[in-house]
Ligand binder design. Structure first.
Ligand code: ADP
Ligand code: MG
Length: 652
């Protein structure tokens, strides 16, 4: 007896569907990409129950004719390629003609679609790969596609789905990947009736900020290099935005999100020595090249691709990022020598065969990494943020000529402007002998400051408002007073101020919260989620309005009114990290720990340039504190230099 049978279509489709649709998020990706391919300018994603119940994508794209609408659900039905050559030219997101067939095999599907030239649209209902209903309908131009009860007919798969929050996270990931790549398109995501994303069309930069949060405002460095072989554009986060958790790292090749450990390595290499080893800089980078140079076909969900020549892409990406960092004076162009390995790559010395080679080798980017030290000639642009040269400027200890060092010179000149009218010269003079004397003078040897300052004098007798302050090393504030002057440590002083402010807020008047313009979401490990849950009421007291959003996700809706917005997410992540270190310390209550962590974390850091107003404000606030002279952990916040000490130091 013969035993081989052809599988019925619906079973074959279900099996095939497993490749394409693994979870609601896979359908989200496919439907969003179809909408993009259809030329939509507005794309709305609606999900309920994390897509398990409904995934709907509404677009205003070109729509489909009645026949096409029906055809679109057949396997291998696509309008995007016609022959094998097309495969190597494909610029659309989809081309396999599998997605709709797969979705129709594992869910209940309803589609409404209309082309501009048709008066009436088409409505089709499909279940288990068979058409249940088809009729003309009135609908707007474009396509609305509903996938309901995914895997209703494949219970094993349905049971395999994760919790709603996990599935929703997958959906948000896919949504972000598509939305990021098409900033000119409006996207929204509504989950269980709540609009989670509302992304107006705009520039890529705007889109990045909309999605990743306004904390990146003014923290993005543009990357842009064009060559005949490939173009790179996008943004990298300034080193200070690097986070302890990986995540905000996006690569797109021809607008398609890809994962590539190899290219990630190229970017991380460019950040080498600029960010801490265990932190991850944000990047959103788009690589565009001739589809001929790609094999996008290697993976069914197309997140992995093969480049014709991986090594040259690696070298390009790394050079482009280094170039961007150097141009913005984040990395010293002085140290800008390309990895020797890269220079030796065949790809670099011999990039592509044929006609292209000449074009490539004449491009400026190619030169920057093929000619040794070429990148040294990067001109500092107007935009250069010279601030970052701070690290290369060691203040004169002996007053000799080390100020000649290139950009450092400009840097110090710039910052000196903030020194309350003091000139370069005069601002340094009083400083140098003093540091010397502090260690030399017996009265001031370590520990003595406590005696000097532990009995607090009335604020005004120590500090007179209205006197101009001087900032030293972007760390110390010299505040003259009648008796001499105060040397205030800006970070420690601010820590004290915030500590008292937060303590008061815990027990009495709460700090007002300001609504975030772009609420950021924060995703945590389960253990941290429990911790944050516990802290939410206290955080609200100090102005952080954070709402749970799904299982391990929170949305930061508001931050303290008097803290500059933009870093909420980082602040909360840091808080959790610090809080955990603290937790062995039983002598403090949870609130006390929270207040201490937040004060330390949010304090203005040493190294930050302050304007006259900020300095005066800081000193003023310090002396309004009930214990101005020490931080919560007991470090001094300021040292007072009385005139008679000064006189004694000079033997007067
Ligand atoms: P592919 O995208 O690989 O071509 P799909 O199964 O995703 O395959 O879609 C099949 C076809 O249905 C597409 O080629 C396209 O012609 C049509 N189609 C799908 N979604 C839309 C949409 N939102 N608007 C217009 N046409 C669409
Ligand atoms: Mg498709």
């Amino acid at each position: 007896m013969d035993i081989i049978q052809l599988l019925p279509d619906n079973i074959a489709n279900q099996i095939a569907a497993g490749e394409v649709i693994q979870r609601p998020a896979s359908a989200v990706k496919e439907l969003l990409e179809n909408a993009v391919d259809a030329g939509a300018t507005t794309i709305k994603l609606i999900v309920t129950d994390a897509g398990k119940n409904l995934v709907q994508v509404i677009d205003n794209g070109k729509g489909m004719s009645e026949t096409d609408a029906r055809m679109s659900f057949e396997r291998h039905a696509t309008s995007k390629i016609r022959n094998i050559e097309d495969l190597f030219r494909v610029r659309t997101m989809g081309f396999r003609g599998e997605a709709l067939a797969a979705i129709a095999a594992v869910a209940q599907v309803e589609v409404k679609t209309r082309r501009a030239e048709d008066e009436l649209g088409t409505y089709i209902e499909i279940e288990n790969s068979s058409v249940v209903k088809q009729e003309p309908c009135a609908c707007p131009v474009g396509t609305s596609f509903c996938m309901k009860n995914v895997f209703f007919n494949v219970p094993a798969r349905r049971n395999f789905l994760k919790s709603n929050s996990a599935e929703l996270r997958h959906i948000m990931d896919e949504f972000i990947r598509v939305a990021m790549a098409f900033p000119a398109i409006f996207f929204s995501l509504t989950s269980n009736g709540q609009e989670v994303f509302h992304l107006e069309s705009g520039s890529l930069k705007q889109r990045v900020l909309q999605i990743l949060g306004s904390q990146y405002n003014a923290k993005l460095v543009a990357v842009k290099e064009e060559t005949d072989y490939l173009d790179i554009h996008g943004f990298i986060g300034k080193p200070e935005t690097a986070r302890k958790t990986r995540g905000e790292q996006y690569f797109f090749v021809n607008n398609r999100f890809i994962r590539s450990a190899y290219l990630n390595h190229a970017v991380m290499g460019a950040f080498d020595g600029i960010v801490a080893k265990d932190s991850y800089p944000m990047y959103v980078l788009f690589i565009d090249l001739d589809p001929m140079q790609l094999d996008i076909n290697v993976h069914p969900t197309k997140q992995e691709i093969k480049f014709e020549d991986e090594k040259i892409v690696y070298a390009f990406v790394q050079a482009a990022v280094k170039h961007a960092l150097a141009q913005f004076s984040i990395a010293p162009s002085l140290d800008f020598s390309l990895n020797a390995e890269i220079q030796q790559l065949d790809a670099v010395s011999n990039p592509v065969s044929g006609d292209k080679k000449e074009d490539i080798t004449s491009s400026s980017l190619y030169k920057t990494f093929s000619q040794k030290n070429q990148a040294h000639f990067i001109e500092p642009t107007e935009k250069s943020e010279l601030r970052h040269w701070r690290d290369f400027f060691t203040p004169a200890e002996t007053g000799n000529g080390n100020r000649e060092t290139g950009n450092g010179n400009r840097e110090s000149a710039m910052e000196n402007k903030g020194w309350g009218g003091a000139t370069d010269e005069s601002s340094e003079k009083p400083f140098r002998p003093l540091t010397h004397s502090i260690t030399a003078s017996p009265e001031l040897e370590s520990g003595n400051w406590k005696q000097e300052t532990s009995i607090q004098e009335p604020a005004t007798s120590i500090w007179q408002p209205d006197t101009a302050c001087i900032q030293l090393h972007n760390t110390y504030i010299i505040a003259p007073n009648n008796n001499g002057f105060l040397l205030v440590h800006q970070q420690l002083a601010h820590e004290r101020i915030l500590y008292e402010r937060f303590s008061t807020a815990m027990h009495g008047k709460h700090i007002a919260s300001q609504q975030s313009l772009f609420p950021s979401t924060i995703e945590l490990a389960t253990a941290d989620t429990v911790l944050l849950q516990e802290l939410l009421p206290d955080l609200l007291n100090i102005g952080y309005r954070i709402d749970p959003f799904g299982k391990n996700t929170f949305v930061i809706q508001g931050s303290p009114a008097d803290v500059a917005p933009g870093n909420e997410k980082h602040a909360i992540e840091l808080l959790i990290e610090q809080f955990k270190h603290f937790s062995s310390d039983v002598k403090f209550s949870r609130r006390e720990k929270l207040v201490r962590c937040m004060a330390r974390q949010q304090a203005i850091k040493a190294g930050q340039a302050l304007g006259q107003r900020e300095m005066a404000g800081l000193v003023h606030d310090l002396f309004k504190c009930s214990t101005a002279n020490i931080t919560p952990t007991g470090s001094p916040t300021y040292i007072e230099f009385k005139e008679d000490y000064l006189d004694r130091m000079f033997g007067r």
